[in-house]
Design a protein around this ligand. Structure first.
Ligand SMILES: [Fe+2]
Ligand SMILES: [Fe+2]
Length: 291
């Protein structure tokens, strides 16, 4: 018998800051996050849950996470749907645990599983925090072992994995140094399991592919987006995206949505090698603008 549709909202890269602090590119990330929720409220379907795939905060201070939690609690009150979050390279585990979870500020990796109406969501932590600020990601051995043990038992509707760093490169090979560095380990962990999709962020534009037969989507950010207009520049855009997800009969469908707006250019990064693979031509994005 065919299953009912289960809907969810995937957001990524909110890069939020507590009130009173200067925002990246002078954009109001809190207003942008609230605008996404306002748009979601206009949809004809109701999400069973929300998930945010990392770079929750830009600086990752405890106050940023307290602020994010307050905004999310307020914005989701009308939905009666939980919010799940993953950590990205801009996040800091200790302040996140203290400010968002109300726990002691431990630096341990933040990963978990949760089943919603038969769909299993597995949130992974691909941040490489022990080695300082890194744009690439990695799944450590402990998480991989845990992941395999969880996936040994299938879920009724299948499983979606959420990880900040994409497992796949994009077609233009932009930001090749921003990917998961051990995708083969992930492929091994999910082989012959019930995983029906991977959701990522980090690159701030949409790129969709098949990862060993599983749909993998890295999607537009809430805070800002990147537009590779020409071979010699990349534009930082004041735009916000989110994604309407649907699960039915062990299929995941993700529909990218952009908020109405000007899609205004707020910064242009000129670089001769913008579209060449990093392996050929190392590129340097200013630290402040790292995704
Ligand atoms: Fe990121
Ligand atoms: Fe980001």
């Amino acid at each position: 018998m065919s299953q009912d549709n289960l809907y969810f909202i995937h957001m990524t890269d909110t890069h939020i800051k507590a009130p009173g602090q200067k925002n990246l590119l002078n954009l109001d990330m809190t207003a942008k996050l609230r605008a996404v929720f306002a748009q979601v409220k206009t949809l004809s379907v109701k999400p069973a849950f929300f998930v945010i795939s990392g770079d929750l905060a830009h600086e990752g201070d405890t106050a940023d996470y307290q602020h994010l939690r307050a905004v999310l609690d307020e914005e989701t009150a009308d939905f009666n749907a939980p919010v799940f979050v993953a950590l990205g390279n801009h996040d800091h585990r200790g302040p996140f645990r203290e400010g968002y979870l109300g726990q002691t500020p431990e630096e341990t990796a933040y990963y978990f599983e949760q089943t919603i109406d038969g769909l299993r969501l597995i949130v992974l932590d691909t941040e490489i925090s022990s080695e300082g600020e890194k744009v690439e990601g990695r799944l450590d051995a402990e998480q991989l072992t845990w992941l395999k043990s969880v996936l040994a038992t299938p879920a009724e509707r299948g499983t979606i994995l959420v990880l900040h760093h994409p497992a796949l490169p994009n077609a233009l090979r932009l930001l090749d140094d921003h990917l998961l560095t051990n995708p083969d380990d992930l492929a091994e962990a999910i082989r012959d399991t019930d995983v029906i999709g991977l959701l990522s962020g980090h690159i701030h534009f949409s790129s969709v592919g098949s990862f060993h037969g599983v749909p993998s989507a890295a999607l537009a950010g809430v805070a800002f987006n990147l537009d590779p207009t020409t071979a010699t520049s990349m534009r930082f855009m004041d735009s916000s995206g989110f994604n309407l997800g649907m699960v039915r009969d062990h299929h995941m469908i993700v529909q990218p949505m952009m908020l109405p707006g000007e899609h205004r250019e707020v910064f242009r990064w000129e670089v001769d090698s913008a579209l060449k693979p990093v392996a050929e031509q190392p590129v340097a994005i200013p630290d402040e603008l790292q995704a």
